[in-house]
Ligand binder design. Structure first.
Ligand code: APR
Length: 242
């Protein structure tokens, strides 16, 4: 039996599958990953300058322009066959949870209805000084960050920057899902950023199977029941069936 057939059989018999994704699932939609050689964002830009609160306070316009260009790219992108295969599995398996590190909203655009965004979303903003609540209808001038309607402070992308805690409710949901699942399908993550990267290990400790899909080997290969080396857009529909 080939690895693909083994993975397919594991998906078929799973009762409580969870899908965990990273930037690689959006690569075929034209959204760069973070760490891929040459093309990765962190190969081209300084994460300290662009993805920390200190960096934003030091130069809000620079950071805002960068996120505005990423938002523009996401707006022009389309969900790819990997996103669509996950959404289709969600229609066949009631209660399927998608846990993502991605901030692009492409899972939701593909039709996935229960998505935990561990690292937030670049489609939302919030007050830099922590005024409570989401901000709707903000002026999306790509040059300057809009101002908080409550306190006048700059609004920042509602994403998790380096050195920041993940949204508590989202992390708890993801950790509980990792404990409760009998299969975790791990797609397109380098598994280098914690606490998100711990989830597949939590699932295995709880007795679940892990299938990982990535053109490159990662630490997840060590614990995977099946590790498939290839592109998500080319493999996932065959793994998830439907
Ligand atoms: N299909 C599947 N996987 C792919 C594809 C593809 N077409 N193309 C690339 N990959 C893999 C790469 O081999 C790599 O292992 O996707 C992975 C992307 O890894 P990263 O760029 O490190 O992205 P990710 O794991 O999501 O990063 C985690 O780091 O920078 C922070 O907050 C950011 O959420 C992000 C977190």
């Amino acid at each position: 039996m080939s690895d693909l057939e083994r993975a397919r059989a594991i998906v078929e018999r799973a009762r409580r599958p969870v899908v965990f994704t990273g930037a690689g699932v959006s690569a075929e939609s034209g959204i760069p990953t973070f760490r891929d050689a040459l093309t990765g964002l962190w190969e081209q830009y300084d994460p300290e300058q662009l993805a920390t609160e200190a960096g934003f306070r030091a130069d809000p316009e620079l950071v805002w322009r960068w996120y505005a260009s990423r938002r523009e790219r996401v707006a022009q992108a389309q969900p790819n066959p990997a996103h669509l295969a996950i959404a289709a599995l969600g229609r066949r398996r009631a209660g399927l949870l998608v846990v993502t590190q991605n901030v692009d909203g492409l899972h939701q655009r593909a039709g996935s209805t229960d998505v935990v965004e561990l690292h937030g979303s670049i489609l939302r903003v919030r007050c830099l000084e922590g005024c409570a609540g989401p901000v709707e209808g903000w002026a999306s001038d790509p040059r300057v960050p809009p101002r908080c309607p409550r306190c006048g402070a700059p609004l920042r992308p509602d994403v998790v920057w380096f050195g920041e805690l993940l949204p508590e409710h989202s992390l708890q949901r993801a950790q509980q899902a990792a404990i409760d699942c009998d299969l975790m399908v791990v797609v397109g993550t380098s598994a280098l950023v914690y606490p998100a990267a711990e989830l597949p290990f939590t699932a295995v400790r709880a007795g679940a199977d892990v299938i990982c899909v990535n053109p490159e080997p990662t630490a997840i290969d060590e614990i995977a029941t099946v590790a498939l080396h290839g592109k998500a857009g080319e493999l996932l529909a065959r793994v998830l069936g439907g």
